[in-house]
Design a protein around this ligand. Structure first.
Ligand code: FMN
Length: 384
């Protein structure tokens, strides 16, 4: 490993930002900017696009993780400071070159997944996520300093669905929230926001978590650490993305595990014979196809300071990219995090200390649709 004595160049920054802008952000608000300052790459929150501190820090944390991967793929290990300037809380991270080292295979794999990851709000296929993939997902978030709980069992999942749905109703009653949603809903071409055809920025949790098994009353969540669209959508957003390995778009790219395979069969099946619902089934008509029991994960951190939220963003992105690499697809459910009462209920139901930061739904399904992004140049400060 060779120590690096010079700072980052404009080319390094350019490559990093190409990866960074693929990060997820609430309502696709893309609340980030990037710059080179004194040889370091800095990620800072764009105040004009900030929905809340939590949302900005999670998104910027995810973008920071993508930058780390882009640098790793170029053989550079950076030193990373979160919130490097106490009097500039908008500067989320600063990365300086530290040493040269060939990227590890898992870094190459995650980097390759960056442009292939898309939120997928459509129902997943009923095939369960195999144990080894669950293990990888949990380890991914842990490696970034977050904790993860997997919500196991139909009644636990429906209890979480109940919580999410209640939080959604609270948010819907808030006029500011409604204005925010309409501000980020897009009815035509745009480089940010969420196309109305994808359900707009806020999808009711009922569409994402099954409620047909909803238990009467609230039962404690059982969690287990892993140790033990429709044509209108296609028209609005373009065709489904190619599969994680590239070049294999359309039905069959993201195989459900073979039910006859005791190991969960992660190998790809041949063209289209996957038994999953076809994309043309359409989102609205999907309710009967919702998987009986999706894999639901809650990411959390020890505290809820800005640094914890940035950590959660990095962990979220590492987990999402790990899912993409494992040919899984995912969507985020933030209502139970945004409503403080629901968040506390969630924490108690999980029976753990610390703070839930994001709920994820993970499974096998059609690839998600890419949402647009602003260009790297638009979000990069000119060289000083
Ligand atoms: C902090 C945060 C909160 C989010 N909340 C939700 C949510 O409640 N429901 C949802 O469907 N997607 C949610 N998302 C996903 C964004 O809508 C999505 O990342 C964005 O539209 C860009 O699309 P992409 O993930 O396909 O790149 C959230 C993302 C972040 C980072």
């Amino acid at each position: 490993m060779t120590p690096i004595t010079t700072g980052f160049t404009a080319d390094d920054l350019g490559r990093a930002v190409v990866a960074a802008v693929h990060a997820p952000s609430q309502h696709n608000s893309q609340p980030w900017r990037f710059r080179l300052r004194d040889g370091g790459i800095e990620v800072y929150a764009d105040r004009a696009r900030r929905l809340s501190d939590w949302a900005a820090y999670l998104a910027c944390g995810a973008a920071t993780f993508n930058i780390r991967l882009a640098l790793a793929a170029a053989g550079i290990v950076p030193r990373v400071w979160l919130l490097p300037y106490p009097d500039e809380p908008d500067v989320v991270a600063r990365l300086e070159p530290d040493r040269h080292r060939a990227a590890a295979p898992h870094e190459h794999a995650l980097f390759a997944a960056v442009p292939l990851r898309h939120s997928n709000r459509a129902p997943f296929w009923p095939d369960p996520v195999p144990l080894d993939a669950r293990w990888r997902l949990v380890e991914a978030a842990r490696a970034e300093g977050a904790w993860v709980e997997l919500v196991i069992g139909a009644s636990a999942v429906s209890t979480l669905g109940e919580l999410a749905h209640g939080a959604h109703r609270v948010l819907q009653r808030d006029p500011e929230q409604r204005a925010e949603v309409s501000r980020w809903t897009r009815h035509g071409p745009a480089r940010d926001g969420v196309p109305a055809a994808l359900g707009g920025p806020v999808v009711a949790p009922d569409d994402l978590l099954p409620t047909r098994h909803r238990a009467a009353g609230v039962v404690p969540l059982q969690t287990r650490p892993v140790d033990s669209p429709a044509s209108d959508v296609a028209a609005a957003t373009g065709p489904p993305a190619p599969g994680p390995r590239g070049g294999n778009s359309g039905p069959g790219w993201n195989p459900a595990p073979d039910r006859n395979d005791p190991h969960g069969g992660r190998g790809r099946r041949g063209g289209g014979g996957n038994g999953g619902p076809s994309w043309d089934a359409g989102r609205a008509g999907h309710s009967g196809l919702v998987e009986a029991e999706p894999l639901v994960a809650v990411i959390g951190t020890a505290g809820d300071r800005a640094a914890d939220q940035i950590t959660a963003g990095q962990a979220l992105q590492r987990m999402l990219l790990t899912a993409t690499d494992a040919q899984l697809t995912a969507s985020m459910i933030s209502q139970p995090i945004e409503v403080s009462g629901a968040r506390e209920q969630l924490r108690r139901a999980l029976g753990r200390f610390g703070v839930p930061q994001m709920v994820l739904r993970i499974g096998y399904g059609q690839p998600g649709h890419p949402t647009p992004r602003r260009s790297p140049t638009e979000v990069t400060d000119p060289a000083p």
